[in-house]
Design a protein around this ligand. Structure first.
Ligand code: FES
Length: 592
């Protein structure tokens, strides 16, 4: 018997019949006042449970919000999930969760990923739920949902809401994020007047759904399929496409099966599926943020994760997804080319074929059943965009615990480079100085943005793609080396060494860099070094004063417990030691 059917503990009252079968039966089966009260509460919400129980209660976590247009399409999927659950003999119950809107939440939605993961975990723990369908779309909502559900061990499926339709600006199709950053640089150079800028705004405001480039949301959606948390073929379906209703309905049915089988996340997500996720992450040149989220998810499941595996595994993996920012296409093109099943078919020789995907088939079976890619967004192995992996992990005196670079969106000539540092110690300082014509910077400079990591940000905002200073842009420079303890959007690009650990706020060497210091990077050799004498570095370390932490609220708890980037920025008390399996601490089920 799997986890949801395990013998309960802590039941009180006469408990007649309570404690056998489904987890939710502990709440609703029985002849005492406690079971009656629970049944009344559910019946009042339109869920007619009976004293004999036996029908799974399936949570539907809904993260749709007017504050988050990426997640709004999820609202339309709720009825379909409900139908699916009912068709399979379960009771659907919808509950809201905080929506993490990437664009509007400040300083960053990442600050709240762990909070939502806790919210989902505690909702599942404290209510009579047997399984859950997690409706999520925007960047942080997907990993938050995965992490929360993973910690409970309850059967869970993710349904994503799809990418937004591309808009057309002056005859050119625009990809979300990536093209905005390019057009902003064009405007800074004087190449886009006020009228064009207003036209662009109107154009971009025309759609709902996740970013349609290979940003974090699309990357995480693809990885949900690969890991076995989303139904095969579902993650690239565009928002508003009627196929998503069928996906939602199927997910509702399927999660009831998972409950009856007792298949929880720890059985779905194994070392082999993480291997596959890392291969696919390289093959799609996915968001660097996914590295953090995978590390955090593994931490919830007691699985090993280390940055070096990402680099080592990737070295032989071809980049076959031709999607912005590494390529030219968009996520709807990837879908038209066959979506994730077609990707898996192309990559089959690099993958562990016996992992089980969300519909119960093995990855090898899904790949074998996929039609050959039929569109340019999935390239054949004979003509990849790149052939040596998409990620490089670097270490050295500037980042002893590692930093990450996405290679296909970097400038090849800058992958091995020496330059003098131009240092910004905060986002505000960077914004104030980077456009200054008097800034002492040239095309060989290395821009360092420190103080923006998990503790320092707080929440490690996506500030690392420091703009190329205006005076360089005007001189025709399009990229410079940047190093930061912050993150950058999956839609971003440039030679940016990210997630430098330890971060400045906890005493990492990135906080000790001074203007004019020499920095050496060598991405392919895995090096990132601050060329300063150890004695001088020690002098600076003694003089360093860490920033004062927040004193109250979520941020205070977060800063006190957040782990560094290589561990995924989860809270230390939510991670499992490697080798341990998640085990839900069941509540006492009695009078409230
Ligand atoms: Fe929400 Fe990109 S901002 S998915």
């Amino acid at each position: 018997m799997g986890y949801p059917y395990s013998e309960p503990s802590g039941a009180v009252g006469n408990g007649a019949g309570r404690g056998r079968g489904l987890r939710s039966d502990r709440w609703v089966v029985g002849t005492d006042e406690v079971a009656l009260e629970h049944r009344v509460a559910l019946a009042s919400a339109g869920v007619p449970v009976t004293p004999t129980g036996g029908r799974p209660l399936i949570g539907i976590s809904d993260s749709a919000s007017d504050l988050n247009p990426c997640n709004l399409p999820l609202r339309d999927l709720v009825p379909a999930v409900r139908e699916g659950v009912e068709e399979a003999g379960g009771f659907p119950v919808v509950f809201p969760v905080m929506s993490l809107g990437e664009d509007l939440m400040k300083p960053t939605a990442m600050l709240y990923r762990n909070l939502v993961a806790m919210e989902i975990e505690e909702t599942l723990r404290s209510y009579p739920l047997d399984g859950v369908v997690l409706l999520a779309n925007c960047d942080k909502t997907v990993p938050a949902a995965l992490m929360g559900a993973a910690s409970t061990g309850l059967p869970a499926l993710v349904v994503t809401g799809g990418s937004r339709p591309p808009c057309t600006f002056r005859g050119r199709r625009l990809g979300t994020g990536t093209d905005l950053w390019r057009l902003w640089d064009l405007r800074r150079e004087g190449g886009l007047d006020d009228a064009a800028w207003a036209e662009l705004e109107a154009c971009l405001a025309s759609a709902r759904g996740a970013c349609n480039t290979m940003g974090t949301a699309s990357t995480m959606a693809v990885l949900c399929e690969v890991l076995g948390f989303s139904l095969p073929g579902s993650s690239t379906v565009p928002s508003g496409d009627p196929r998503l209703l069928a996906v939602a309905r199927s997910a509702g049915r399927r999660v009831v099966d998972l409950v009856r089988e007792g298949t929880g996340p720890d059985r779905v997500c194994t070392d082999a599926s993480v291997h596959n996720a890392l291969v696919v992450l390289n093959a799609i040149a996915g968001s660097t943020n996914a590295v953090l989220h995978l590390a955090a998810l593994c931490g919830r499941l007691g699985l090993d994760f280390d940055l070096d595996t990402l680099d080592r595994l990737g070295r032989g993996v071809p980049l076959v997804a031709d999607v912005e920012p590494a390529g030219d296409g968009l996520v709807p093109d990837l879908d038209a080319a066959g979506g994730v099943p077609a990707l898996l078919a192309v990559l089959a020789s690099f993958l562990e074929g016996d992992t089980v995907l969300a519909d119960g088939r093995t990855l090898a079976d899904v790949a074998a059943a996929a039609p050959p890619p039929h569109g340019p967004a999935i390239r054949p192995l004979s003509a990849p965009l790149g052939s040596d992996g998409s990620f490089r992990v670097v270490r050295g005196s500037l980042a002893p615990d590692g930093a990450v670079l996405k290679r296909p969106t970097a400038t090849a000539q800058l992958l091995k480079h020496r330059g003098r540092a131009v240092v910004f110690r905060s986002y505000e300082e960077m914004r104030a100085r980077v456009e200054d014509p008097a800034l002492d910077v040239d095309e060989a400079s290395v821009l360092v943005l420190a103080g923006c990591g998990p503790v320092g940000g707080p929440g490690m905002p996506e500030w690392a793609m420091v703009p190329v200073p205006r005076k360089l842009l005007e001189a025709g420079v399009r990229d410079v080396v940047r190093v930061s303890d912050a993150r950058m959007s999956g839609t971003s690009f440039g030679t940016v060494f990210l997630h430098a650990a330890p971060e400045a706020a906890v005493g990492g060497p990135i906080g000790l860099v001074e203007d004019g210091d020499w920095i050496a990077v060598d991405a392919d050799s895995g090096r990132l070094d601050l060329l300063v004498e150890p004695r001088e570095l020690e002098r600076r370390r003694r003089a360093f004063t860490p920033p004062a932490p927040e004193q109250r609220g979520w941020t205070a708890l977060y800063q006190a417990h957040v782990t560094q980037a290589p561990s995924g920025c989860d809270l230390d008390f939510l991670r499992l030691p490697p080798g341990r399996r998640p085990c839900l601490a069941e509540p006492v089920v009695g009078r409230s």
